[in-house]
Ligand binder design. Structure first.
Ligand code: NAI
Ligand code: MG
Length: 504
């Protein structure tokens, strides 16, 4: 297993090198600025724990300035009166700029987060560009309706009534570190399509791609203050944003614990909110499967992006007729995966995002062993400066164990057999979360009967964690509320206004 390579062993674009080398500033009101305190925070490369860059460490003062800039741009600026066709054009331009700089953005993302540069380019960056393009289409398709009002207590009335959808206002977006650029796009794109303005706070672990996106937003020609980007910690900058009375909507993706804090803060100001939170998504393997295909699917569902995926298929329930064979297949895949830096195109498992995340994940693995789970693959961190944890498969697990109940957010799978479908459903739903689930089978009747019984915002069949900009995405139960993407997200970034005109 090769690990700990320095990025220098893998050639970077000159553009990436130049971006990394220059001093990083935040985007506030169309200007690049340092934190008011002058403080900075270190951004590390998780593949080797070296310093990648420093970014401003914003606090409440900087957040206040960013919110004021977004407020001005919303209330007074040219943005408000801009034609929907011009908003569409600007979003399309941003999509093109993201694509034109795809390799550079992917290298920045890989170095900052640890993920495979190939995945970063093929998925994160490509889907971010496509998100801007998809939402550009919505800018010209936001509709209210004409409603024939009866007014029973005024029989002689003649009224013309309609609804209009108006931008919700200033959006505070707080995003996590697992898909940094893509999550920025998921928040910024619908905000811009609907005519909102934004203050974005990227995660402290992965602020770089958002700052590069800020440069592209400037290059595209957005009016000053329409998009503001502040880099800083969650408990300071993030909390200041979530509790700010001049924010009209908070859009958050991250842990359920932080989501609750943000939700409480938002509710105090009656700030609208959408919360995309954690998950512990079940994977259900029915007895009719092709064993090799199911094993590959199960492995991909958990190990993709080092398991740092909110919909990661982290619990698998396999019919006992095929349990041993499928688990053997998954364990073989896990043992064969190549660990290495994301910049190495051969890497299949990169480092976790931070030392803190590695400690969390290793703590869970140890608790699993302590509670009686047995490892059939992985189970250890690598002894090197990078934050690598082996892809791990645990069997002999049950629903009293922490590893089964809690979100681990790493490459750790817990597996359990079942003998009848009612038990599988009961176990799959025995979780506080409800984000995703997948079913592996070709038995159409069984699949269709199962789908409505699963408490999850998305159910995949013979695939897992697939996304498209046209499909709503979000969670049930403690996985949050609100839906992103698709037509559904437009409602999250608009308010409905009813109008009645008396013409009697
Ligand atoms: P987190 O949910 O605390 O961080 C996500 C974002 O929220 C970051 O931008 C952070 O700066 C911000 N934040 C943190 N505290 C805040 C506060 N009090 N007010 C406002 N903003 C705040 O997640 P963290 O600590 O990075 O990871 C811990 C665990 O959370 C992970 O192990 C994983 O289980 C889960 N997680 C889930 C994600 C998901 O997409 N479902 C994404 C990231 C983490
Ligand atoms: Mg980093």
């Amino acid at each position: 297993m090769e690990t700990g390579n320095t990025p220098a062993e893998f050639p970077l674009l000159d553009a990436t090198r130049a971006f990394l080398a220059k001093p990083k500033k935040m985007l506030i009101g169309g200007e690049w600025s340092e934190a008011a305190t002058g403080r900075v925070l270190d951004v590390l490369n998780p593949a080797n724990a070296t310093l990648l860059a420093r970014v401003p460490e914003a606090d409440a003062t900087d957040v206040q300035q960013a919110v004021a800039a977004a407020r001005r741009a919303f209330d007074q600026g040219p943005w408000r009166s801009m034609k929907t066709t011009d908003r569409e054009r600007l979003l399309l331009k941003l999509a093109d700029l993201v694509e034109a700089n795809a390799r550079e953005l992917a290298e920045i993302e890989s170095l900052d987060n640890g993920k495979s540069v190939l995945v970063a380019q093929g998925l994160d960056v490509a889907m971010a560009a496509q998100c801007f393009r998809y939402m550009a289409g919505w800018a010209t398709k936001i509709e209210g309706s004409v409603i024939d009002a009866g007014i029973p207590y005024m029989p002689d009335s003649e009224v013309f009534s309609y609804t209009r959808k108006e931008p919700v206002g200033v959006v505070g977006a707080i995003i996590p570190w697992n898909f940094p650029l893509l999550m920025a796009a998921w928040k910024i794109a619908p905000a811009l399509a609907t005519g909102c303005t934004v203050v974005l706070k990227p995660a402290e672990d992965t602020p770089l791609s958002a700052l590069r996106l800020g440069e592209l937003i400037q290059e595209a020609g957005y009016p000053a203050g329409v998009v503001n980007i502040v880099t800083g910690y969650g408990h300071t900058a993030g909390a200041a944003l979530a509790s700010h009375p001049q924010i009209d909507k908070i859009a958050f993706t991250g842990s359920t614990q932080t989501g609750k804090l943000i939700g409480h803060a938002a509710l105090d100001n009656m700030t609208r909110m959408s919360l995309e939170l954690g998950g512990k998504s079940p994977v259900i393997v029915l007895p009719d499967v092709d064993v090799d295909r199911a094993a590959a699917g199960v492995a991909n569902a958990i190990f993709f992006n080092q398991g740092q995926v909110c919909t990661a298929g982290s619990r698998v329930y396999i019919h006992d007729k095929v349990f041993d064979q499928v688990i053997e297949g998954v364990a073989k895949i896990a043992q064969s995966m190549k660990l290495g830096p994301g910049m190495d195109p051969a890497t299949q498992i990169g480092p976790l995002v931070s030392a803190k995340q590695r400690e969390r994940v290793c703590g869970y693995i140890e608790s699993g062993f302590a509670e009686g789970a047995r490892g059939v693959a992985g189970g250890k961190r690598l002894e090197c400066p990078g934050y690598f944890v082996e892809p791990t498969v645990l069997v002999d697990t049950n629903h009293t164990m922490k590893v089964v109940r809690e979100e681990i957010f790493g490459p750790v799978l817990v597996a359990m057999p079942f003998s009848d479908i009612d038990t599988a459903v009961q176990l799959a739903n025995d979780t506080p979360y409800g984000l995703g689930a997948s079913i592996w089978s070709n038995d159409l009747s069984a699949i269709h009967k199962l789908i409505p019984r699963i408490h999850a915002g998305t159910v995949w069949v013979n695939c897992h964690s697939l996304l498209d900009n046209a499909l709503p995405f979000g969670g049930m139960k403690q996985s949050g509320f609100g839906r992103e993407l698709g037509r559904a997200v437009i409602d999250q970034y608009t308010e409905s206004k009813s109008v009645m005109m008396n013409y009697a």
